[in-house]
Ligand binder design. Structure first.
Ligand code: SF4
Length: 135
């Protein structure tokens, strides 16, 4: 079988700390936890119909990381006919970790970073599950 990578696609969430949490969680996974097994793509490229971005999400399993229930990443992956394998919504994870109060847009506070770390661990575990299912 071809060597697939899991494509982690955070929403753009500009100006919202929960969007930043999703992006920070994504970087933690693709740069530190699972650099060989995962990669990301710019959501705006998908929206614009960029050929390379479309090919990537159509040929590899994708995880959408959305800041809120509007689920912009999930909807864009679906509209691009990408292989949506899993969805994580930051507000759902926050509901299970009510003591954390994420703040900050450009730079997260410590609690926001903790939430991003929790999401990154979930992403990492899910990426393993998806890749193991494929083999
Ligand atoms: S999912 Fe929510 S936070 Fe993310 S881009 Fe859409 S509206 Fe913004």
């Amino acid at each position: 079988m071809e060597n697939h990578k899991v494509v982690v696609v955070p929403c753009s969430g500009i100006g919202k700390s929960l969007g930043t949490v999703g992006r920070v969680a994504t970087y933690k996974v693709i740069e530190r936890m699972k650099p060989k097994e995962t990669r990301t793509v710019c959501l705006a490229l998908l929206t614009m119909g960029d050929a390379d971005a479309l090919k990537l999400v159509r040929e590899n399993p994708c995880i959408a990381v959305d800041g809120c229930p509007a689920q912009c990443s999930k909807k864009n992956i679906e509209a691009s006919m990408g292989k949506l394998a899993h969805i994580i919504i930051v507000t759902d994870v926050l509901r299970k970790n009510r003591s954390l109060k994420p703040e900050g847009v450009i730079e997260l506070n410590d609690q926001g970073d903790k939430l991003a770390e929790i999401i990154a661990k979930e992403l990492s575990k899910k990426a393993d599950e998806i890749l193991h299912k494929e083999t």
